[in-house]
Design a protein around this ligand. Structure first.
Ligand code: COA
Length: 293
């Protein structure tokens, strides 16, 4: 099976202008690349303009598409408004907001300063709120017929997770915003959806979340029923579908793409996976023997 195959036809996003926050590297870059391959014009944003410029040049060369690098710290509403204005100046419109920018680190919660907690909440929740509010107001004021917000959350947005509590708290808020606005802003033609990715290794996140030899000690692939981590193209395929018109009737949905990872941790008897095949005959006999007594 080749799960690195590209899913949509070449012109699937040819009329779209897309803004990807945190588009300079990692998964944001992978999704941007595919959007451009499908004909979209994409603005990528982050705090690091130099990195964005490098990525934009690389992706333009690779895909023959158009990529606009825009410096923007999503924590500040005035910077988000300027980023939106620059996008409109360059492309004349914007159709899709992909809230991908995030910050995270592992730590026991009691070790966090108030500022450390705030930093993650500000990037993830306030940043997504700032972009969503600015873009939403623009779409409503300009009476744009249709537009889409796609938020990158995580499966621990609903399960919670130890050691990444600020991120879990913030992502839960983004999930609530996704579902709330799916209803409230549908009348303006704005769809809101989210993707909850499981392990999709990127250098940036992996070095932060599994530093040193933790990556070897905690092999993420082993936690996944499908026994592998995700390929970036699989996420890009899903994101492209959810921002395209092919998903026009999907609104308020959160699509989990994690190989079954979170459910493996949830099912009460899932640990029986550890029982070897040959032992099941013995167990079955023991259970039946009890019944016949
Ligand atoms: N453990 C505990 N506290 C930490 C920490 C860690 N590993 N890393 C940072 N902090 C604290 C800092 O000490 C600081 O608090 P203080 O002022 O009370 O000392 C606070 O967090 C802010 O850190 P700072 O480095 O100033 O913030 P920043 O805005 O430059 O960086 C981060 C934000 C920390 C999220 C940084 O990792 C980042 O920029 N990440 C972006 C990309 C990313 O995380 N992607 C992950 C996707 S999963």
């Amino acid at each position: 099976m080749d799960f690195t195959k590209k899913m949509l036809r070449d012109d699937a996003l040819s009329d779209k202008v897309i803004v990807v926050t945190g588009g300079g590297s990692g998964l944001g870059k992978a999704m941007t690349r595919y959007f451009m391959e499908l004909g979209a014009k994409v603005a990528i944003t982050s705090r690091d303009l130099e990195k964005l410029q490098k990525t934009a040049a690389e992706l333009e060369e690779e895909t023959g598409g158009v990529c606009l690098p825009l410096q923007c710290d999503v924590r500040f509403y005035d910077q988000v408004e300027s980023m939106l204005a620059e996008t409109l100046k360059k492309f004349g419109k914007v159709d899709v907001l992909l809230n991908n920018a995030a910050g995270n680190f592992i730590a026991p919660t009691e070790r966090l300063s108030a500022n450390a907690f705030d930093t993650i909440i500000d990037i993830v929740l306030k940043g997504s709120k700032n972009c969503t509010l600015a873009f939403g107001k623009h779409w409503i004021d300009s009476k744009q017929e249709s537009s889409t917000i796609l938020n990158i959350v995580t499966t621990y947005a609903w399960t919670g997770s130890a050691y990444v509590v600020p991120s879990a708290t913030a992502k839960a808020g983004v999930l609530a915003m996704t579902r709330s606005l799916a209803v409230e802003w549908a009348k303006y033609g704005i769809r809101s959806n989210a993707i909850a990715p499981g392990p999709f290794p990127t250098k940036g996140a992996w070095d932060r979340l599994l530093p040193g030899d933790l990556a070897e000690k905690f092999d993420m692939a082993k936690k996944v029923p499908l026994k592998r981590v995700g390929d970036h193209q699989e996420l890009a395929n899903l994101a492209a579908y959810l921002v395209s018109d092919f998903s026009a009737y999907i609104n308020g949905e959160v699509v989990t793409i994690d190989g079954g990872e979170w459910l493996k941790g949830a099912g009460q008897f899932n640990l029986l996976e550890a029982i070897p095949e040959e032992m099941w005959d013995q167990l079955e006999a023991m259970i039946k023997a009890k019944k016949n007594k």
